[in-house]
Design a protein around this ligand. Structure first.
Ligand code: NOJ
Length: 764
């Protein structure tokens, strides 16, 4: 058996074009065959070769290509990331034939919201509440990623994020456990299909396990302290959903969980992940996280850190080669066992098998003759799909006097530092996307208008006038351009432009780098330079439409007061400008809904939908001093979770329950009739929330349990029914048992989390 495979590998190396051109033979999930193969291979491996498999290398100045080539030939590399063209990858995979056992490498990359074609940032994808659109984005991402010769994406990122100060909320699906879990499943299934080795699929590596999104104060990399019931109820389900959907990889978080860094956390990585959840893929550390154990103060030195990470269950060591340096000595000194290494190696080889790399190390590479001449060729993009998905992600926050949609006539003043920025519209983590291929709002509006109307453009302000912030944002790559003119000169020019127009469209918010890794903010408002611009534009008296570009909820109370309309566009990707123009001119009716609560002030954070009531809940109808509130601000969010307007109106009837009781085996149905009462066709998201009124532990005021996105023609009515079973009502009690408790439950249905209809039933 082993000979057959190795012969196969060698033949591939010698005549890879011919092999790759053979008809693709689907899944090799024969478990037994896989096990036998891996065991036989393991028997042939030296300890150094085994440890080499655990090394996940990134090309960079500290590990240049020639050194990597040599390391591959020496059997010291298991996988690579940050190399992204077929030519480069093939060159590396070719080195494998000079290694003793010719074990192929796999190639990974952070394809978070698209590869060559960039889709909206994940928070924007979540705002679509459209599982088909999200599936489409992930399928295209997988196809383009595989077409670049890669085998794995470090995605989806499913950390629950309830603190918008954290820049990485842009990378996740927001605050809600149910929505994020649904998206986790869809993403994994769409990346991998039935078989991650298929020509248009890649393996998913879900991250960041666990609780990276809950760092104290929203400060990146910060520690997490959380009760176990809350952890399992709110934060763990999305990771589990990704694993249940078959994710082949798990990336370990950089943070500590209740004092123990995830990277050395045996309970997380072995007890929960492997034993409880039956995960059988590969775990990888995050960038340099093993060395980070010393800084966490749980390891005295790197050597001890390597020992702790391996024993806890980190299989692959990303970037810092701590395993390569220290495992041999640790083994010799009896501080780790052979079995500790073997377990990790088995998992690495297992995913390589699942990626089809033992059958064909060039699985996604194909023959060199198929390499694209230009990796960023226009023909490699999926623009139509990107536009379709981007449109679904846009959220209409305000639309007084039907300011939107705009007429395709007259003169429009387009103002703002984000109106014509190709780099920003793509968002952070835009993988291998090329900024020069993205459509800005300015271009999108011009495309939409043709010669029908005039568009005048003026930048109006820099992203920020704070030189220290610009320096920070530009410290690793220069992503923020600064106009050298004085702020006043720029505003004056913009005001002159505005005065010539019938309506002002201001594109303002954050640069993409402000909503990224290492981009926590203590102030989540639009920077002052842009607010000064808006103030001046408002003073012209022209109707003012704000197109917001940002990767996190912002505090927008003042902007909400001064504007006539606001459209939240996140960072909407390669086709963002066209999609935004579609909505601005009414060629597409917006249907997105917020996946995260928008606070009025940064001081309200954390603020999210599924909170507990407290013993002294604040009642806006009857405000009282001794209730849970802030006395210096209107309580509650500016825009609640699940909120988003449309160009049409919808009404929701009272809730009809199929029964007023539910037993443990039954199903109760909650129904409403939704009517499009307006004049345009449009889609909305009907949301079902549940509250366990009395339980052994205090339960949230509302928990999302289901939703349905429906498209209705003017005047059309549809009955939307949601089944509810006893399983939907379970929670983790104080003993961490997943139980339901008999008693009264409230059911809420609405088009956002606050404006809802209510009914009650009894769980018997
Ligand atoms: C660090 C980030 O935390 C992680 O999300 C990413 O996948 C790795 N770097 C690799 O780029």
């Amino acid at each position: 058996m082993i000979k057959r495979y190795f012969l196969g590998v060698m033949i591939c190396l010698a005549v890879s074009p011919a092999i790759a051109e053979q008809q693709y033979v689907a899944p090799q999930y024969q478990l037994k065959e896989k096990q036998i193969f891996i065991e036989k291979l393991m028997q042939q491996m030296t300890m150094e070769e085994k440890i080499g498999q655990l090394n996940l290398v990134s090309i960079g100045s500290d590990y240049p290509k020639p050194a990597i080539m040599a390391a591959i030939r020496d059997g010291k590399v298991g996988a690579m990331f940050n190399t992204v063209t077929k030519v480069d990858i093939r060159r590396m995979q070719d080195q494998v034939q000079y290694s003793r056992l010719k074990i192929p490498l796999f190639y990974a990359y952070d394809v978070v919201h698209g590869q060559r074609t960039v889709f909206p940032i994940s928070l924007g994808l979540a705002a679509s509440w459209d599982m088909d659109a999200v599936a489409l984005s992930a399928r295209i991402s997988a196809k383009e990623t595989a077409a670049d010769g890669l085998n794995m994406t470090f995605s989806p990122m499913v950390d629950i994020t309830r603190d918008p100060r954290w820049g990485r909320v842009s990378e996740g699906f927001g605050e809600d456990t149910y929505l994020t879990s649904r998206l986790a499943k869809v993403m994994v299934e769409s990346y991998q299909g039935d078989d991650p080795s298929a020509p248009d699929r890649v393996m998913a590596n879900v991250k960041h396990y666990a609780l990276y999104g809950a760092g104290e104060g929203g400060r990146d990399y910060n520690s997490v302290d959380m009760s176990l019931p809350k952890m399992f109820q709110d934060y763990m389900p999305p990771y589990q959903a990704a694993i249940d959907a078959g994710a082949g990889g798990v990336m370990v978080a950089l943070n500590a969980v209740n004092g123990i860094p995830a990277t050395s956390n045996t309970w997380l990585l072995t007890d929960v992940l492997r034993q409880q959840w039956k995960f059988n893929g590969v775990t990888v550390s995050d960038h340099g996280a093993i060395g980070g154990l010393v800084k966490h103060g749980v390891a005295e030195n790197d050597r001890q850190a390597a020992m702790m990470a391996l024993k806890a269950g980190v299989n692959m060591d990303m970037y810092d080669n701590m395993y390569g340096k220290y495992l041999p000595g640790l083994l010799k000194d009896g501080l780790i066992k052979q079995q500790d290494i073997d377990t990790a190696v088995r998992n690495v080889l297992g995913v390589k098998w699942d990626m089809g790399l033992f059958a064909d190390p060039y699985r996604h590479l194909g023959p060199a003759s198929t390499d694209p001449v230009d990796t960023n060729a226009e023909s490699r993009l999926h623009r139509a799909e990107a536009r379709e998905v981007a449109r679904t992600s846009l959220v209409l926050l305000k639309n007084d006097h039907n300011t939107l949609p705009l007429a395709k006539s007259g003169t429009i003043a387009l103002i703002g530092p984000l109106a014509d920025s190709q780099r920003d519209v793509m968002g952070s983590w835009s993988a291998a996307g090329a900024a020069k291929q993205s459509v800005t709002v300015y271009q999108g509006i011009k495309n939409a208008l043709g010669t029908q109307a005039t568009v005048l453009y003026s930048v109006g302000a820099n992203i920020t006038d704070d030189a220290a912030i610009v320096k920070y944002l530009n410290s690793y790559d220069k992503s923020v351009e600064v106009d050298p003119r004085s702020p006043q000169a720029m505003i004056d020019e913009a005001v002159n432009t505005a005065k010539k127009a019938d309506v002002v469209v201001a594109v303002v918010g954050e640069s993409q780098g402000m909503a990224h890794e290492a981009s926590s903010r203590s102030d989540i408002s639009i920077p002052q330079s842009q607010r000064d611009l808006l103030k001046a534009l408002k003073a012209t008296g022209k109707p003012l439409v704000l197109v917001l570009m940002n990767g996190r909820p912002l505090t927008l109370s003042w902007e909400n007061d001064i504007s006539d309309a606001m459209l939240e566009t996140w960072f909407s990707g390669t086709e963002g400008g066209n999609a935004i123009a579609d909505v601005l001119f009414g060629d597409y009716n917006p249907s997105g809904k917020l996946p995260m609560t928008f606070p009025r002030s940064v001081g309200q954070i954390p603020i999210y939908n599924s909170v507990l009531n407290t013993g002294r809940p604040f009642n806006p109808q009857k405000p009282d001093k001794y209730t849970s509130r802030y006395f210096d601000i209107t309580n509650g969010p500016l825009f609640p979770f699940g909120y988003g307007l449309s160009y049409t109106d919808f009404s929701v009837s009272d809730i009809t329950l199929s029964s007023t009781t539910l037993d443990s085996k039954g199903t109760l149905t909650a129904s409403v009739t939704v009517t499009n009462t307006g004049k345009r066709s449009g889609a909305t998201v009907v949301q079902l929330y549940v509250q366990d009124v009395v339980a052994s532990i205090s339960r949230p005021v509302k928990e999302l349990k289901n939703f349905s996105k429906v498209m209705l023609q003017p005047g059309e009515q549809r009955v939307i029914s949601f089944p509810i079973t006893e399983q939907d009502l379970r929670f983790y009690n104080e003993n961490l048992k997943w139980v339901s408790e008999a008693g009264k439950f409230n059911v809420f249905i609405g088009l956002d989390s606050q404006n809802v209809k209510r009914q009650s039933f009894l769980l018997l």
